[in-house]
Design a protein around this ligand. Structure first.
Ligand code: KIV
Ligand code: ZN
Length: 511
């Protein structure tokens, strides 16, 4: 007998809280659409009361996503719950996720509340949330460091007040698989009504055991697993969705559960997240790392050539990684391009296809062979488009090891009637010179927090992907640029971050 397990994705809430992983509304919406294609059960879209931007993001996702439950986090107070309910108003299947801490250390130092007050607050706020939504999840923050007897009373009270999902977070990544297994069993044996609700777990990775703890809880009877793509999240992150889902699938003989996740969308989801945030996974990351399906040792290669299952416990295809890369070139026609995109799982609208084909032609002119990696990169460029107030027209860079680098950059400003603006600057190297010239044109103050460039496809004519992070008024804006020329990629990434900054500040001013 196999049971159904629910996958609750919190990439857009807990994941987005991790350093360097902030996203704007368009980026969150794009990722939410991908999570819908991945077929997670629940998308935690954000923490509606945290800021106007968070509210707008939760609302946009709730308005758009039809095939997943959409949740918003809310502390156990009326204002948070009302704000979450407002953001979720148009959701096809909304959920309010309310929480309060139950460990002595949190109650005493953070909440400054007595256990009895926490118990009362749980009852009243779960009941209050039920006035707005029939699906209410209750989390006992820092559950694994809470007094078990008190935790049982709080959970029982939450269920009586109408909670439909009870979540057990290992907030600080403190527990171990055996201990967590026992806690879940104890909750199942000591909390009245627990079998009428969904029992959920939410594990952090501070000791590197988030996935192991989650799977131990699954064995003990938890049926909702909270996780994030690439395991991003507060501090050392959350349990990685791809690891949990593939463990359940590959070791079905142990877990006896099914999720509804379409695993062939895993690789693309991971790539999309990295491409939006500029944070890549380490090469040896389980499931989605660059080496996860690479066989280096001769003896392994020999074994795999003879029979793949000698060293492969799951296939790359099962996570959507195409082993047989197809190559297109500048003579490939629109029809071949479209058919190939379909075989990669992309069904684009006519307008999207036109734009992608145009980009493909430009790339095929620069590169002899355009392979699947190039195409994935090309499609991801369209992922999150925002109005281009500034557009790169041309640039010239003069550099060498015996001269000061100088860059001349011309941008088109498209705010009303398009105008060309050109500036020249010297700099500490060619990229710095180009960035300074762009800065002169734009004339706003911000701090360059981070800049990096890496190749995203193979070969000498590889495409380079540049990322910059700009900080202004405490907010980070990530820009991305792709080109076979790394100076062009760098300039494009810088302009992209500036355009995002202008766009978001405009939205902020309107709300
Ligand atoms: O880690 C945690 O405790 C949380 C809760 C809000 C569920 O993220
Ligand atoms: Zn968390």
């Amino acid at each position: 007998m196999t049971d159904r397990v629910y996958i609750f994705d919190t990439t857009l809430r807990d994941g987005e809280q991790s350093p360097g992983c902030s996203m704007n509304i368009q980026e969150k919406l794009e990722l939410a659409r991908q999570l819908e294609r991945l077929k997670v059960d629940v998308i935690e879209a954000g923490f509606a009361i945290a800021s106007p931007g968070d509210f707008q993001s939760v609302k946009a996702i709730a308005d758009t996503i039809k095939d997943c439950t959409v949740a918003s986090l809310a502390r156990a107070n009326e204002q948070d719950i009302v704000r979450a309910a407002e953001a979720l108003k148009n959701a096809a299947d909304p959920r309010i996720h309310t929480f309060i801490a139950t460990s002595d250390i949190h109650m005493k130092y953070k909440l400054r509340m007595t256990p009895e007050e926490v118990l009362e607050r749980t009852k009243s706020m779960v009941a209050y949330a039920r006035n707005f939504c029939s699906s209410v999840e209750f989390s006992a923050e820092d559950a694994t460091r809470s007094e078990p007897e008190f935790l049982f009373r709080v959970f029982e009270a939450a269920i009586k007040a109408g909670a439909t999902v009870i979540n057990v977070p290992d907030t600080v990544g403190y527990t171990t698989p055996e201990e967590f297994y026992q806690l879940i069993k104890d909750i199942r044996n000591n909390v009245n009504g627990i079998d009428k609700v969904i029992l959920s777990v939410h594990c952090h990775n501070d000791l590197g055991m988030a996935v192991a703890n989650t799977l131990a809880a699954l064995k003990a009877g938890a049926r909702q697993l909270e996780c994030t793509i690439n395991g991003i999240g507060e501090r050392a992150g959350n349990a990685a969705l791809e690891e949990i889902v593939m463990a359940i699938k590959t070791r079905k003989n142990l877990f006896h559960v099914d999720s509804r996740v379409d695993t062939t969308q895993i690789y693309r989801s991971s790539k999309l997240l990295s491409s939006i945030t500029g944070v890549s996974v380490q090469p040896n990351k389980a499931i989605v790392g660059a080496n996860a399906f690479a066989h280096e040792a001769g003896i392994h290669q020999h074994g795999v050539l003879a029979e793949r299952s000698t060293y492969e416990i799951m296939t790359p295809e099962s996570i959507g990684l195409n082993r047989n890369k197809m190559v297109l070139g500048k003579h490939s026609g629109r029809h071949a391009f479209e058919e190939h995109l379909k075989s990669l799982g992309y069904n684009l609208s006519k307008a999207e296809l036109d734009a992608a084909f145009e980009k493909f032609k430009v790339l095929a002119d620069k590169k002899k062979k355009v392979d699947d990696e190039d195409i994935e990169v090309l499609i991801s460029q369209k992922a999150v488009e925002i109005p281009e107030v500034y557009k790169l027209d041309r640039f010239v860079i003069n550099t060498g090891n015996t001269i000061t680098a100088t860059a001349s950059v011309r941008l088109i400003k498209q705010n009303g009637e398009p105008v060309m603006i050109e500036e020249v600057s010297t700099g500490d190297g060619p990229v710095d010179a180009a960035f300074r010239a762009i800065e002169k044109i734009v004339g706003v103050n911000y701090v360059l927090e981070d800049y990096k460039v890496r190749s995203v496809t193979g070969g000498q004519d590889a495409q380079g992907e540049a990322y910059v992070k700009l900080r202004r008024n405490g907010k980070i804006f990530t820009g991305k640029g792709i080109s076979t020329d790394i100076f062009e990629a760098s300039a494009l990434s810088y302009i992209n971050a500036i355009n995002k900054m202008i766009y978001e500040e405009k939205i902020q001013a309107q709300s």
